[in-house]
Design a protein around this ligand. Sequence first.
Ligand code: ADP
Length: 302
Amino acid sequence: MNAKVVVVGSLNMDLVARAQRLPRGGETLAGESFFTVPGGKGANQAVAAARLGASVAMVGNVGDDAYGQQLRRALEVEGIDCQGVGVCSGVSSGVALIVVDAASQNAIVIIPGGNGLLGPESVRRFDSLLQQAEVIICQLEVPTATVAWTLARGRELGKKVILNPAPASGPLPVEWFAHIDYLIPNESEAEALAGLPVNDLDSARRAGRRLRKMGAGKVIVTLGAQGALLVDDGEGRHFPAPEVEAVDTTAAGDTFVGGFAAGLARGLPEEQAIIVGQRAAALSVTRAGAQPSIPYLRELTP
Ligand code: ADP
């Protein structure tokens, strides 16, 4: 199988505890429930692309522990090629410790574990996957040097290169932009990258235009329940989100990115691919958890 979408990124196990309220420093609190869910932005986007119709390969790292085996298995059952998922000895798998209170506020600690050891050479080893791909996706939960190398290599190979700059809290290295076909930030990431406030369509458009001036090909700013804004060299286009009852927005952005990439890989025009991403993301927010909430293509209304 030739993977059309290759994701270079993180795999995390989400450890989720629910409690009435978040604990204060030094406090021990009795909670209500606990569960583990496979997540990590890279793995979520790989799962979304696979469920939404693409053949997918993942390049990443897990630790030499039970979570690592579960994370890999969660991708394999989706038919994702995991030859590029390495096992690092002496570190844990990536984990996200999440406490959610009764008002759905959360506090999160992320331990990168194996994700932090994904060097450029780990991706170079799977260059044949990049060569076969049509679409390459990166996020920012693995080392910066690895993202930089992958974006440049993707450009060199003439692939469609997507960067979901998450999590971003400041500007990106300026030399990255020329390698990116689609930069897909959410509002706060667009704000951090462009250095402009983003809180509505007009400000998102301004930020998108600034990011294009820095060298990004096209920019798609995701705006939560407000949908998504495509900023290109023309007028751009706003895609309003389907109206749904949101219960958990975890992985909404990841579902959008994976669905969009799968649409491109299936040969859809870009605007249709955005609509696939949006419909899938809207469904995902009606369900709990990261990977379990991501829908399959057959669930999307035509
Ligand atoms: P992130 O999860 O990265 O913060 P967003 O919140 O912008 O990203 O959500 C990504 C996409 O998911 C949006 O562009 C939209 O298509 C969809 N989405 C998110 N929240 C909702 C919602 N409440 N109703 C419908 N669609 C939503």
